[in-house]
Design a protein. Structure first.
Length: 446
């Protein structure tokens, strides 16, 4: 072995030390990069040369070289964010983004959306996921799009009532004798209806245009275990088949539906009837279809269980709850992200709707992914094919909304490695300088 070989060995040491320092510097530079995964340099010795002496053969190493630079995919800490669409993966997996030609993978979940509602990453690439198809979340993977238009109104199809009707109430005929539009001449007003009833409940229903209308249900005891009920609304809101309002001014009462209730001696509802006014007298709200509303008191007209619950027990009549399934037109007010990556929209009408779900990719060997910058990775044959699905399934991590994953670089560890790399560089430079001094001594002998 010559002194020149010794210098080359030292030079290789300088090279690996420089590479190591470059990796450390890259890690530190990206300390605050969202979703950054730190690198680690690994080194290997050069093929040694055989030498022979009087005692037999031996080997002398030829120095070192960079073997591989790994990406460490350990979990980074989470940081709260004020952006509703910011997401962080807790566990394994990658967000999928697409430029229209190929897909890339990232842990950086700092997302927003454009004028068309497409969810984008910071580089403007479209996030891949499952969009809403108007009924639910589509099963087809594609560009994730959040509908930012208003939520159309939905007409009421049922009113659910939970209440107790007093077992101490007197048997009366006041409500039965009221004269309402739709089933009579309309001589009784809404005020008359409220005064005559033993008990009333009121709620706002919505027509097919999402316009709200008040409905009051009147209850009156008609027998020992029997009650009647009549549902009325403002006759000025109700139109006949010719498009004419039943009343020219508010206050008149129009009967929407009526029926009977039967209880057993324990106060449990055993039978109900419902007669819709529209069966005999066509009516509608202006510009909308005729509502078909089921009044759910615990049983339907066939005696089968439904939502709601009416009882007849002692004490005062009392309302527990009343609800309906219609809604007015709503505007999107906020978004939130659930653990499975579902994006939930909240609207001004109180409705909440699943508007999309982000897709999460898994790889058989994520260490084989190719880093291409801007927080992105590219799939390679070594990494395998991407398996994309919902967060929390198939070993995929969960999603933390309103949060971002920080770099997983540990600054203290990098500083220690930096000192070691520096000392390694200095030591290898000493090998070169010593070999050089020895050569100088050799030259002086000539």
């Amino acid at each position: 072995m010559s002194l020149f070989s010794t210098m080359n060995t030292g030079a290789s040491g300088l090279g690996v030390s420089t590479t190591w320092m470059n990796v450390i510097g890259d890690n530190i530079a990206n300390l605050n990069t969202t979703g950054y995964k730190g690198g680690r340099a690994q080194f290997a010795d050069f093929l040694p040369q055989h030498v022979f002496g009087t005692a037999g053969g031996g080997q002398v190493g030829g120095g070192a070289a960079t073997s591989v630079i790994d990406t460490l995919f350990g979990q980074g800490s989470l940081e709260s964010s004020g952006n509703a669409l910011d997401m962080a993966i807790v566990g394994r997996g990658f967000f999928v983004v697409d430029d229209g030609e190929q897909s890339f993978y990232t842990r950086a979940g700092n997302f927003g959306f454009d004028d068309d509602g497409y969810v984008l990453n910071a580089a403007g690439l479209r996030v891949q996921g499952y969009s809403s198809d108007g009924v639910g979340i589509s099963a087809a993977l594609g560009d994730l799009r959040i509908p930012t238009t208003g939520l159309p109104g939905t007409g009421t199809s049922e009113i659910v009532t939970e209440a107790n009707l007093s077992g101490d109430a007197n048997i009366e005929t006041d409500v039965a004798l009221l004269d309402f539009y739709g089933t009579g001449a309309g001589t009784s007003t809404l005020v008359d209806a409220g005064d005559a009833a033993e008990f009333t409940t009121s709620t706002t229903i919505y027509d097919s245009l999402g316009v709200g209308h008040d409905v009051t249900v009147l209850f009156e005891r008609s027998g020992a275990n029997d009650w009647i009920w009549r549902a009325v609304g403002d006759a000025a809101d109700v139109y006949d088949s010719t498009g004419t309002a039943y009343a020219s001014a508010p206050g008149g009462a129009f009967e929407l539906a009526s029926g009977t209730l039967t209880f057993d001696t324990s106060g449990n509802l055993t039978a109900i009837t419902q007669t819709d006014t529209s069966t005999a007298t066509p009516w509608t709200y202006l510009g909308s279809t005729t509502p078909a509303i089921n009044f759910d008191f615990g049983l339907d007209a066939a005696g089968l269980p439904t939502d709601g619950r009416l009882t007849m027990n002692g004490g005062l009549s009392a309302l527990v709850a009343v609800s309906q399934d219609g809604a007015m037109t709503g505007e999107l007010t906020s978004l939130s992200v659930e653990e499975d990556g579902t994006v939930v929209g909240s609207y001004t009408n109180g409705e909440q709707l699943d508007v999309g779900r982000v897709g999460i990719a898994m790889f058989g060997a994520e260490s084989g992914l190719e880093r291409i910058g801007n927080g992105l990775f590219r799939a390679t044959p070594e990494a395998g094919d991407a398996a994309i699905g919902a967060a929390g399934t198939g070993g995929r991590g969960s999603i933390a909304g309103n949060a971002l994953e920080k770099s997983n670089v540990d600054l203290e560890t990098e500083f220690v490695s930096m000192i070691t790399a520096q000392r390694s560089y200095q030591a290898n430079s000493k090998v070169i300088s010593t070999a050089n001094d020895t050569l100088q001594t050799l030259l002086q002998l000539v």
